[in-house]
Design a protein around this ligand. Structure first.
Ligand SMILES: Cc1cc2nc3c(=O)[nH]c(=O)nc-3n(C[C@H](O)[C@H](O)[C@H](O)COP(=O)(O)O)c2cc1C
Length: 152
């Protein structure tokens, strides 16, 4: 199955995580990594499974790279029925009132357009010690195994 990893980043962490996930799951099928900044949400299709990796900036805002994608979701209102995705948010719980909100903004916008979120909502907290890629790879492998896209 085609797996498309979409990252939304401001300072590069989400891109690094997306690339590391792609390397780890390369045997699952055709895996691509794309910056959300260059993705038209109207082009998302049910035959592809999407892994979305997105950080939070400002105070609960989208990272710069995710803004055009979010705007296009609101302006074009594409019908994303049948599209399945899983979400991994990067954030920092020191931002007590806006922890991981950027990914949640994208998550809400996708479900409002009819897409279906699948599996565990992954999160990396920069206030903790864990490596975002190690957690992200384990998250992706779990999601893909549960969705029977990747065999554990
Ligand atoms: C200026 C700034 C603002 C941030 N604001 C938030 C925030 O509101 N909520 C949150 O959960 N994390 C916040 N973070 C943490 C980032 O989401 C975290 O460092 C993440 O790993 C960055 O990923 P990126 O490099 O892909 O953008 C902020 C980080 C910076 C530097």
């Amino acid at each position: 199955m085609q797996i498309d990893i979409l990252f939304g980043t401001e300072s590069g962490n989400s891109e690094m995580v997306a690339e590391d996930i792609a390397s780890a799951i390369a045997e699952a099928g055709d895996v691509t990594v794309r910056d959300m900044a260059g993705v038209d949400p109207a082009d998302l299709v049910p035959s592809t499974f999407y892994l979305v990796v997105c950080s939070t900036y400002g105070d609960g805002q989208l990272p710069e790279g995710a803004v055009p994608f979010f705007r296009a979701l609101g302006q074009q209102t594409p019908d994303l029925s049948g599209v399945r995705y899983a979400m991994y948010g990067l954030g920092d719980s020191d931002y007590v009132y806006s922890y991981s909100e950027g990914s949640e903004i994208i998550d809400r916008a996708l479900t409002q357009r009819g897409a279906e979120r699948v599996g565990e909502y992954g999160r990396h907290d920069a206030a903790e010690e864990e490596d975002p890629s190690v957690l992200g790879v384990a998250w992706a492998q779990g999601v893909l195994a549960n969705a029977q896209i990747l065999h554990a």
